[in-house]
Write a protein that binds this ligand. Structure first.
Ligand code: AMP
Length: 192
């Protein structure tokens, strides 16, 4: 079983690359952002809790996110592998994920960090907001907040995996196919 954390700031291309990775490596995609958007569109209590955080570009509280992921892991523990996209986003979430996987005798194989500079990120998020209707993507203050939250609360997660010698960095600027090739090289190596 290969379990990957696909990591990077908002707008780094995690969703685009996840689609290609799951197709090639037959992994289950766990995107907490997608799960929250699904709850939101179905009007579930969890969706209502998440909405006020998402609308401001803030993180949904750890206990809410962790409970949601626990249920998903339980359901797909026999899959060939999982790609975590947008999770973990805090060191507490990363620790909780290690504990959850450990309880099933599993672990994270590696983290892949897509590196993209801030100017490029802002351009991409604005563009995404125009086409996707994602409410957190349409206003400059919120975009700045998304990036600030990433730097303050989420980036430390990379150091958490670095301390476990699991951090792999990929340049996230360039053609989608070239970035995908670089990611595949890392995944091939992880599954050795
Ligand atoms: P994403 O699609 O991954 O950019 O997520 C959209 C929004 O969902 C984020 O801005 C957060 O408000 C919320 N969210 C998604 N994943 C998490 C997470 N792991 N921890 C906290 N909030 C999250």
């Amino acid at each position: 079983m290969i379990n990957i954390v696909l990591f990077g700031p908002p707008g780094a291309g995690k969703g685009t690359q996840s689609d290609k990775i799951i197709e090639k490596f037959n992994l289950t995609h766990v995107s907490t952002g997608d799960l929250f958007r699904k709850h939101l569109s179905e009007g579930t209590p969890l969706g209502l809790i998440a909405k006020k955080y998402m609308d401001e570009g803030n993180l949904v509280p750890d206990d809410v996110v962790i409970k949601m992921v626990e249920l998903i892991i339980e359901a797909c523990i026999d899959c060939p592998g999982v790609i975590f996209d947008g999770f973990p986003r805090t060191v507490n979430q990363a620790i909780a994920l290690d504990v959850m996987l450990h309880n099933y005798g599993k672990k994270i194989s590696g983290m892949i960090l897509l590196e993209v500079d801030e100017i490029e990120l802002k351009k991409r998020i604005m563009l995404r907001g125009k086409t996707s209707g994602r409410t957190d993507d349409q206003d400059l203050d919120k975009i700045n907040n998304l990036i600030q939250v990433y730097n303050a609360e989420t980036y430390p997660v990379a150091n958490y995996y670095k301390s476990q010698s699991k951090l792999n960095i990929v340049n996230g600027v360039g053609s989608i196919d070239k970035i995908f090739d670089d990611i595949c090289t890392i995944i091939d190596h992880l599954s050795d």
